[in-house]
Design a protein around this ligand. Structure first.
Ligand SMILES: NC(=O)c1ccc[n+]([C@@H]2O[C@H](COP(=O)([O-])OP(=O)(O)OC[C@H]3O[C@@H](n4cnc5c(N)ncnc54)[C@H](O)[C@@H]3O)[C@@H](O)[C@H]2O)c1
Length: 269
């Protein structure tokens, strides 16, 4: 597999930590050339310097994915440096817990801007380039288990991740209809070891308790490099659905069953 990705160009958003960092390190191991982006410039530069020291061809571009102009610039940096893009990982994301009626307007906006508009911006900036290139290319959108099943106290996260799944399915149908060489996957993991809970803006004691519980489960989650290996295997197969945690499947089935039976949903941990 390494030889097939050798020399190809991957753009990764949210590359400085967690899943994005795992994808970057794995892609580097395959001999890919990397455009690393993150809103956290310091951690991004550190990762880029580390990979360059290992002989990886990498460029860092500080990008807030919620800003369409910055994502356009990210594409331009990739084209200037490597003359094209083969894989785009729309990966950057943040967490927000709390009762949906207590989450503030600005907290809702932040979630929509980063988790949803970030992916929309990535698609709008990069897919036209990929189509023009006239060679195989692939987009990987990071949704979540929360893109397939809803849980309480995480409404903005569920809303944005389910929207990312819907957006990815639409993109898949459109690219298939065009018989394009561009394909798409949607990544729906359960817990993966990362720093995501640091982005949570906790409100109230009950929410702090939930946040701690989630943080503990995420800290013990799958290793990002192990996840990256599964993602690259799916990309190789041009597989749309990437569900690295089998344990989530019964929950997806229960949800679909409740829809088809029109029975009220019951949340089960
Ligand atoms: N960790 C998990 O258990 C888990 C499970 C399912 C899905 N996810 C998703 O995986 C993706 C990566 O998250 P992670 O868990 O690795 O978290 P993380 O916090 O470790 O990494 C996310 C990175 O995104 C960056 N980022 C935040 N806002 C940004 C912005 N506006 N523009 C660009 N970069 C920004 C952060 O600086 C950080 O480096 C997210 O979309 C998240 O929702 C995570």
């Amino acid at each position: 597999m390494g030889s097939e990705q050798q020399g190809r160009v991957a753009v990764i958003t949210g590359a400085a930590s967690g899943i994005g960092r795992g994808l970057a390190e794995y892609a580097a191991g395959l001999g890919m050339r990397l455009v690393l982006s993150d809103v956290d410039g310091q951690r991004l530069q550190a990762l880029c310097a580390q990979l360059q020291a290992q002989g990886v061809e990498a460029v860092a571009c500080v990008t807030d994915v919620g800003d369409p102009a910055q994502v356009e610039r990210l594409r331009d940096v990739a084209v200037e440096r490597f003359a094209g893009v083969d894989l785009l990982f729309n990966n950057a994301g943040v967490m927000q817990t709390g009762y949906c009626w207590e989450i503030t307007e600005s907290q809702w906006q932040r979630m929509l801007d980063i988790n949803l508009r970030g992916v929309i911006n990535g698609i709008r900036s990069f897919v036209p380039l990929m189509l023009e290139q006239g060679r195989p290319a692939h987009v990987i959108n990071t949704a979540s288990l929360a893109g397939l099943v809803s849980s309480p106290m995480m409404a903005p996260y569920n809303v944005t991740k389910q929207a990312v799944v819907a957006l990815s399915e639409s993109l898949h149908y459109e690219l298939s209809q065009l018989q394009a060489q561009v394909s798409v996957s949607v990544l729906c993991p359960g817990p993966v070891a990362s720093q995501i809970m640091a982005s949570n803006q906790v409100a109230g004691a009950a929410d702090a308790q939930l946040s701690e519980m989630l943080d503990a489960s995420i800290r013990q989650g799958m290793c990002p490099l192990e996840l990256a290996a599964l993602v690259f295997a799916a990309v190789q197969e041009k597989r749309f659905w990437i569900l690295p945690h089998d344990f989530i499947k019964p929950a997806v089935e229960r949800r679909l069953q409740s829809i088809l039976e029109e029975s009220n949903p019951v949340f089960q941990y």
